[in-house]
Design a protein. Structure first.
Length: 474
């Protein structure tokens, strides 16, 4: 409702709406304060710097100390060579346009707390940087030596040491004003008495300047190895600290006993010299054995590993050896033992020649093994109608002394049956050249063969017959 003067002050709705609108506009302006005022035309360009150096979004851009814009963004850019640069997007006021080409950039501190701003120094070119163009990185000036970098040149341990030194100096000077005054008063006499010495040092004949030049040259010489020297002193400190812990009584006693020991060594070395000479000859002669030991070391190691269990079990064996030896001794002393040994010796002598012929039949030709193997399988092989040993006697023959059956005479009859018989085959006995003939004879159909014949193949040596009657392995 209008009042008599026609105003709107009496309308609560209108007043509230205006208040809310003002608050919304204020909040919007405050939120976008770092990006500039809305609906205001700006002059936007880009710039490249090697290092943004803690420059962040919304930092100021200044020309001649006056604020002309803000940094809208800081983006790292990967270069083709692998390096990295920072690309700055600058939103400047229209009043700063145009900026001449060749203008330089410098990142400066705004406060001791680390806040930075970008300083633009306009160039003298007649050409200007258009909106959207980029200022190349070559126009970014080197970083200045600001106060924050001065404080950062010392590492954390050094800064802590400086703090402790300042605290120590403060404690040393606190409450000592009168003593300091007395010291300053006494310095006058020191200066007066030191004047002749200073004049002598300043004289050209003293060449004190040459001393400092030589000292400078010395410092320049040792500067490249300063880090190594510092490490050496640190290690020396640790070494001398270790020596200090054993200085008394160990090092002290060692020094005290050094002269008597040296005298003893001087007196004993001439007597030890022949021993050292013989020792040198011994090690020279031992060198081939040591070389051979290097090659046989794996075998010796394996032998030792295998011998340890045997050595561990040897005490039990040793405990059993004594009663065994006593039993053997009692057996030896028993009546009739030597008579039995003599008879056994005679038996061995008598068996020597037969065994020389019998043993090779087994050790080289395996006839004993084959005999028992064939006996074991003779009654186990066959088919559902019977075993082969049971039916072999029923095998049909084509006549007397047939090749299909047993033959007891030379070939006879109308079908020319032939006898194959070797009464004394070679069994690798002495003089038979290790030939295993029995079971390896070549069966020749249609021909009577009595006695020795050629074996299968071309060789007749070291062929042990198998259970099938052919040479071993075929």
């Amino acid at each position: 409702m209008r009042n008599r003067n026609g105003g709107f002050a009496v309308s609560p709705v209108l007043v509230g709406a205006v208040t809310v609108l003002v608050i919304i506009v204020a909040v919007f302006l405050a939120y976008n304060a770092n990006n500039g005022l809305p609906f205001v035309s700006t002059y936007n360009i880009k710039a490249r710097v090697p290092n943004a150096d803690a420059l962040v979004k919304a930092n100021e851009v200044r020309i001649g100390g006056a604020r002309v814009g803000v940094v809208k963004s800081v983006v790292p850019v990967q270069l083709p060579n692998g390096g990295v640069e920072a690309e700055l997007t600058l939103s400047l006021d229209k009043s700063a346009e145009p900026i001449p080409k060749g203008s330089t950039l410098l990142i400066r501190p705004k406060s001791p707390l680390g806040l930075k701003y970008l300083q633009i120094t306009p160039g003298t070119s007649n050409e200007s940087i258009k909106a959207g163009e980029t200022i190349p990185v070559r126009y970014a000036r080197p970083e200045p030596g600001d106060i924050d970098r001065f404080f950062d040149m010392f590492n954390t341990p050094t800064r802590k040491a400086i703090q402790r030194n300042l605290a120590g100096f403060g404690n040393a000077l606190a409450g000592r004003g009168p003593q300091l005054n007395e010291a300053i008063g006494a310095l006058r006499g020191l200066v007066e008495q030191g004047e002749p010495a200073a004049a002598n040092l300043a004289a050209p004949s003293t060449n004190f300047a040459g001393f400092f030049k030589a000292l400078e040259a010395l410092a320049a010489t040792v500067a490249p190895v300063a880090q190594e020297q510092a490490s050496m002193f640190v290690v020396l400190d640790q070494t001398f600290t270790a020596f200090a812990n054993v200085s008394r009584p160990y090092i002290q006693e060692t020094i005290e006993k050094g002269p008597p020991t040296l005298e003893t060594v001087n007196a004993g070395l001439p007597k030890v010299n022949p021993f050292l000479h013989d020792t040198a000859r011994f090690f020279t002669a031992l060198r081939p054995g040591a070389k051979a030991l290097q090659e046989t070391a794996p075998i010796i190691a394996e032998s030792l590993r295998a011998g340890v269990p045997a050595l561990n079990a040897s005490p039990v064996l040793n405990n059993q050896l004594l009663p065994t030896a006593e039993a053997l001794l009692a057996f030896q002393q028993s009546e009739g033992v030597f008579t039995g040994l003599d008879l056994l010796t005679d038996l061995n002598k008598n068996l020597k020649e037969p065994l020389e012929y019998i043993v090779p039949a087994q050790t080289k030709c395996f006839y004993g093994t084959l005999l028992f193997a064939n006996l074991a399988s003779s009654n186990s092989q066959g088919n559902d109608y019977g075993k082969w040993l049971n039916v072999i006697s029923f095998e049909p023959a084509t006549g007397p002394n047939s090749e299909g059956g047993q033959a007891s005479a030379p070939a006879s009859g109308p079908r020319r049956n032939h006898l194959h018989f070797n009464p004394y085959p070679q069994t690798a006995a002495p003089g038979q050249n290790d030939i295993c003939e029995a079971g390896n004879e070549k069966y020749i159909p249609g021909k009577t063969v009595i006695g020795h014949t050629k074996l299968w193949g071309t060789t007749t040596r070291n062929l042990a017959p198998t259970s099938s009657g052919t040479e071993k392995g075929r």
